[in-house]
Design a protein around this ligand. Sequence first.
Ligand code: ADP
Length: 563
Amino acid sequence: MKYYRYVRWMFLALGLAAVIGLTVMNVYSLHALHENEVQNSVEKQKRQLLEYTNQVRSRFRYPVRSLWQLDMEELGASLVSPSDVSKDLLLIIDETIRDGLFSDIYLSTPDCTPCDRHGDPIWHYQKEIGKFATTTSYNRLVSDGLAITRTRMSALVQDYRWSTRVIFETHNSMTVTLINPDSREVVAYLLFVIDQDYLVTSYLGPKLAETFGTGEEAGIIVWLHDWTKNEVLATTAPEVTYSYQKVDFIQNFPDLLNNWNLKATFTANPAIAASRASLNRNLFVLGAAMLLLTGAFIFMFFTAQRERSLAQRQALFLANVTHELKTPLAVISAAGENLSDGRVTDPARLKSYGSHIFNESLRLRTMIDRLLDVARYNTKNIRIRKIQTSLPDFLRDYLKIKNSYLESYDVTVHLAADDSVPDIEADPSDLQSILDNLIDNAVKYSPDEKYVGIRIRNGGTYVELGIEDRGVGIPKELQKYIFEKFFRVEDALTAHTRGHGLGLSIVQDLAVRNDATVSVNSAPGKGSVFTIRFPKYETPETEHRAPIPTSNSRKEQEPEHVS
Ligand code: ADP
């Protein structure tokens, strides 16, 4: 049996450990899942940034893609004067200029060296007439673009693969070098002036919003940033001010728009927010389940402890009761035996035997009544009959009846009743039992000065009844147990005092039945005060007043105190 209990606890502990283990694993995997989701989302956004720059690149190349198909031999031959330019090239140029991305298109032959001050004439495309015309008034942007391309091309001369190449002068211009792969000679340079206004406001800006969404909720904020000027050209979230500290990732444009890049900060997007919310929900449920389980474990542990100590006390109680029942029974049977034998004939002795039998049977009856009382309170189905009661009047009448008992123990009683206290509503029989038990205890646990102070006070919404003694008092740490069934303070005095630890538990049951509360204030060696608070009587419909207890009525009612 003993081992069985240990095994039960062991399995419970194992079960709890398993639940804790599973919970920890769950929390870990949920967290890992969430982290993974965050990581995936960030990776996806990085890929989108790269894709964005690639798309921009092909957007620049798209209008000039047909240049690759031109016959360079033929084209070279046609580039004698602006009016001779081959029709095929003019067609491509015309189509390109219609795209808002480029504002002007210039053509320079390899033998001409443009420069802003002393430049050779170059050809400028006149979109109105669809032809090239010679010009010397071109700005620095054009000459720089062409100069850069020439320098780059001469540097690349060793390794370029003899095909048309595109070179960018940052965000200002794009130059296409047309190369004749057979003769390995440059045929012409075509410079496209980039319309920056169109590029930023009509293309890159709207494309940012279209690709990444707008606002912080999109999960990413992207700034198109001119890092040479530290200037934001376009953004997906204008309400968020750019700062370098916010940047999580930088994406450059591949060999174009060199002064510009994309700077991004990753915020929680709806999918991540949902994943976090689900993580939090799961953690909450797990936490609650864990708490419940731990609570249940602790509850079971303490309930089992309590039940064990209750069972121990009940066993002790049974032993005591049996002993106390046997004592008067032994006296009765011995006296009865003597009488039945006819050995006692002396009238005085006969009378003494008779009174012994009578007194012991009374004792037996009282004891049985008390036991029945306990059983009755335990079943909790006694009917309650609450009536309007004046506590001071009730107490005065009660003390009259109790007088002989109190005198027999030489008890000093002091009643301090405030007669203006409102009436209460209580069952008179319950009230009597409460008083009996408390006063009995006050007498029992006062070995030296037997004093009972009774105070009735108006507490506003309640009426307070205090029973004070100057007895041994109760240690603070045990005060919470004294209202439990069968609990007795283990000391020398209690050991020699009759009682079974039921009186105060009955007092509390009765108080609760009458909507009252009981509390104790006590210190060892300084006596105790038991306080009962009754709610004041509210609805004056009832006509009855509490019957004044009489010695007979006490007998008629159910027995009321058990100690
Ligand atoms: P019993 O008196 O039969 O032991 P009770 O339920 O009436 O049982 O009281 C429980 C315990 O509380 C008592 O055993 C006693 O130790 C302590 N106690 C109760 N009333 C007093 C009191 N007025 N002064 C000191 N100790 C008390």
